[in-house]
Design a protein around this ligand. Structure first.
Ligand code: SF4
Length: 238
């Protein structure tokens, strides 16, 4: 157990695991707070859920798609190398699952990407329903946003409407949904209200070109502020 983990008792802290063994046959040899050891009852109940035939098939296909994501390249035959883009994996997964109708829930800021994505999916034989986050044109005042809390105060702004995106896909009978660029929290609402399973194709990061991990990669350099206990820049809490 790492120094930081000490004193936290049995609380799982995989992120600070000194030697991850859970992907090896020595999976029971993790640290004292390893969930493989301390949460065996929870894991047993969770694993039982894979016995549901629908869940089992979903998990099986997801793992098969994971397996197809690697190939042996001539210059490094001893190591599996990545071979597929996430988009190819989404298409492959949906095909293998036999899905016919896909819902694409996108942010208005990803309109150009949606224009490319939807025909691309249709060319693969899917029927696609796409819904923009601003569908409904509901003013932000509807959910209690004050004028000074808008992006541009003094103007009309439609709220992001992820529950409507989800409900439209539910009504259309989409087999599988693809989320693209929904805001933090709006994505949570979409995931909560969508009946069909959803995969996330892209997440929004306005500052980092939709590559949020760049904040971590630069957290010892240009984004050192993220490692301090200080506040997050932006408007002060009301
Ligand atoms: S499951 Fe156990 S072995 Fe794996 S990372 Fe977590 S603590 Fe380490």
């Amino acid at each position: 157990m790492s120094e930081e983990s000490e004193g936290r008792g049995q609380v799982p802290d995989c992120a600070r695991c000194p030697a991850p063994v859970c992907y090896s046959p020595a999976f029971m040899k993790g640290p004292p707070n390893c969930p493989t050891r301390t949460k065996a009852d929870v894991i047993e109940k969770a694993v039982a859920q894979y016995r549901d035939p629908e869940v089992a098939e979903f998990a099986r296909v997801a793992s098969i798609v994971e397996g197809t994501a690697y190939a042996r390249v001539p210059w490094a035959p001893g190591t599996p190398s990545p071979a597929t883009t996430r988009l190819e994996e989404i298409i492959g997964f949906a095909k293998r699952m036999g899905y016919r109708k896909l819902g694409v829930a996108y942010c208005v800021g990803f309109r150009e990407e949606a224009e490319i994505l939807v025909p691309l999916l249709e060319r693969r034989g899917f029927e696609v329903v796409s819904v923009c986050c601003k569908a409904g044109g509901i003013p932000k005042e509807e959910i209690g946003v004050k004028d000074e809390e808008k992006i541009i105060p003094g103007t009309y702004e439609s709220m992001c409407n992820p529950i409507s995106q989800a409900e439209i896909f539910n009504e259309e009978g989409c087999d599988f949904n693809i989320a693209m660029g929904l805001c933090v929290g709006h994505d949570s609402l979409f995931l909560k209200h969508a009946n069909a399973p959803t995969t996330v194709f892209a997440v929004k990061d306005r500052l980092l070109g939709h590559n949020p991990l760049a904040a971590l990669y630069q957290s010892r350099q240009y984004y050192r502020r993220l490692r301090t206990a200080g506040g997050i820049p932006g408007k002060a809490e009301q």
